[in-house]
Every structure is written in structure tokens, then in C-alpha cells.
Design a protein. Sequence first.
Lengths: 204, 321
Amino acid sequence: MSGFFGPLDAEGRVPPHQQTRVAAFLMSAHGALARQFAYTLPTTLDSAWQTELNAQFYRETELVTLLLRATSWVPDPGLGYMAVTWESAWYPVPIHEISDWHLAVAAGLATLAHAVHAGIRPAALLPVEANPDDPFVAALRRIEFESGRLLQAQILLLKGSSLVPHRDVVNAALERRHSEVRKLWGNMLQSVGVALGDSNDEKP
Amino acid sequence: MKIAAVKRQPVVAMPFLNHGSYRIRYELEGRPDAPAYVLVNGLTQYAELWAAYREALVARHFRVATFDLLGQGGSDKPALFINQDDQITALHRLIGELGDGPIFLSGISFGGLIALRYAIEHGKRLSGLVPMSCFAELSPQLLLIGNALRTGLILGGTGYLQDLLLPMNLSDQWLKPLLDKLDSVKRQGWLVNDLYALQNLMESFLDFQPLTPQLSSITVPTMILNGEFDFLTPRVLHETLRVEIPSSSLVIIPKAYHAFTLEKGALTADLLARFAEDVLAGRWRGDKAVFVAPEEPGGELTPFPLGYDHLRAIPVQRAST
């Protein structure tokens, strides 16, 4: 078990079976976020903050289409079962302790988006020898970079004044989401021979 | 001192301390009955960067404890908030693991601030304190630089933050031979530190209150180390510590910048060891004196020239008071 993708081929590319499973996972996660942002997005924006919602929706969609085109896909019989597990994990979970239902839904979505954008670092699994001109390598770097920016909207909402009265339940929901997402990400990586070296996953 | 390792360290079993639901990764080296040095990381650092210090201080008969702060490296990374009080509590737990012998506490930059706060709250447990590249309050310059660094992290990621910090905190002499391999220098710090966790650490300053009014309560011997060319935390910020901490001295590290613990590891480890040895032998005098450190380990500390203002970068005579 390695801490990085590989072994790379002579051109510095990630093995296709790793590309396939990693891309499928990331498309599932970012696709779910795109769908949930789309449901939340009103046809006509009536508030300044909703411009960010629009941006989040299109950036998530961009990440999905980027992976679709940048990945060297190979048949993977194990994907069907795994995809069902992943998709069920992304199901919206409003924070029920928040009485304002719209806020409860928005906070729930923000915890999922925070966990995906903050907790999944695909570029950190690329070995130094990875070919920077390979489209899959470039896609992973772009996803990690964009995730850092997309994350800011979730941080603003979750740390914002509207959720201050609910800080403990928001914090608990967020830690739970982080743990779930990291576990799924770690299990998927383990299935292609990659071990996460993240302390948050290695509690005895 | 060696630069950061290029590849991710192999996963080895490390001891962890529990702090609530979070875990703190730490390392202990040296004889359990030896006086202990506890070293606290700067913002973007991780415990392995103290490896050369562990080696040097253990050879001088100290026990050395290093650890990753909450939100750093191998310690847990709270998702949304990191409170500086939690860092103090975690540090107290670690020091509690070290028995009843003498404890010397040192930290750099953000870690120096945590060390100062620890000394204010638990000073009786310490035998000595060494804040390095440190500050007790956010001057306008430091506040604005901190805000800009946070914006840089948000817009450009951890790599961009490192790009800003490297030339600000290290000398041309250190950087020049590494110019074509800076990606390797940055890689381990980039791998082990997550953007959201670094942002949480930086945002733990949003409700920061100046420590200056409490510094006089630090009664342990305190050696303040400041790089001659420290741009991020200039001398005037260290001067606050020297003036306010009763049993202190200020030691200026020649030709050094903010991150002199990376650049001048052998010299700094020697100064740490000598300070603790002097304190333990009853030789150390904390009379708020100002010294210039030697350029090499083992050299003599030189008193700052009498009558000259150590806060100036040109030889200006001190105004009579």
C-alpha cells in the first residue's frame, strides 16, 4: 500500500484503473453537489449571496465534465456497487436542530460541500514524478485548487452570523460529514492500493 | 540544517494525546529523567522540522518533546474552528506527560505566541521560556500582513502562501542554492497541511487580544530570540517582551530572518541548550540585557554596544531617558 498513486507508467501517468475509480468517486461527489446547488438555485436571483450559489453550481459542473474528458477510462466491474454507496452518502441531510427549515437545508448542504472541498485532496496523492502535462494529473490539480476557493462560500455560511446560535450542532454535523466523506474517500483509495496518511482517519 | 524531506514520510506509529475528541500527535526523545525541552511549531510547520534540534539537544542531555498543533500535520484538524485556548490545553497535556523535572518551553512565531500564553497561564510549571520570532500584539503592520497572507491562502492555496513566506522569512544565502528546487522544499509542508486547517489557525487571531498587559506575570527566566533582519515580526515586537517580562534578555541572531530556526538550526539549538544549562546551574541572569548572538555555535554572546539603540537598523545613539 502506497501513500501515492502509482506505479506511474513511463510517461508519468497514473494507472488507468486508479484514474477510473478516482474520477468516478470525484464525479459522484461533485456531481451530487452540482445537483443540490441546482435545486437550491432560484430562476431569478433576488439576493447578492445567490450569485455565489450560481458560481458553485457551474464550477461543480465544470469539475465533472473536466474529469469526464481528462480520465483514461477502463472497465471496472466494482464501480456499480461502490457508486450506489457513494450516491446514498451524498443524500441531503438538513440540520434538524435548526428550526428555520431553509437555513437547516442550506447548512446541511454546506457541511457536505465543506467536507468534499476541504477533506478531499486528490493532487496530494500525485507522486513528484507525475507528468504535469498529463490531462488527468492537471485535472486533479485543478480540482484541488478550485476546491480551496469553492470552500470559502461554505466557510462564510457556516461561520456566519446566521448560524452563530447553532454553532454546536453545526460543528457536530460538519465533523460528522467530514468523517463520512473521508471514510468513503479512504476506502475507495484503499481499493486501488493507496493509503491515506491522514491522522483524522487513523484513530485507534 | 537539512531542508524538509522531499517525499512524504513513511507512516509510522506515533503516540497521540487526547484532547476532547481530538488527538495531538507528539514525539518524545531522550532520557525520561532529563530536563525537557518542548518545541512549538510555527504556523505552516510540522514536528519533523525539529529533527535536528532533537538530535542536538538529546546529545546535550535534554529530553525533547515535539508535536503538531491542533490543525497541523499529523494532529487532528478541527473542521471549522480552532481556538487558541485549545492549543494551550493540549500543550499542557503534553507537558503533563513529561513528569516533574525541569521544563523549558520554546516556540517560533505562532508557536512562540502559544508558548507565551502557556507561560502566562502555567508559568509555575516552567523552568525557562524561549520565544522566537514572536509577538505579544498585532501591530498595524503585522495585522495587515496577516490579513494579506490569509487572502493569499484563500485565493492561491497553500502553495501560494508558502511562495510568499519563503522569500519573506529566509535569506538569499539559504534560498540561492535552492532556487531550482523550491517545489521540493515546499512539498512536505504542502502535503501535511490542509488549506482549511491553516485558514482556521489564521482565523484563530480574529478575536485575539494583546498579551502585553499580562507579560509581567511571566516570572520564569526568558530568552527572547529575534533575527537581525526579521521582516514579519521586527525587533520592536520583541522589545515589548523584553521590557515587560521581568527576568528576560533579548538575543539578536545576526544575519537572520523570521525563520532562523530553519536556517540556523545548529546555532539556535546551541543557544537553547546553553540557556537551559545556565538556568539549571544558576548562572543565568535575566536583567533585560540585549545581546548579539555569535554567528557560529559555541561562540560568545556579545552585549549590544553600550549607548546605541538596538531598535534601529543604523548606529544611532540611544536617547537618554
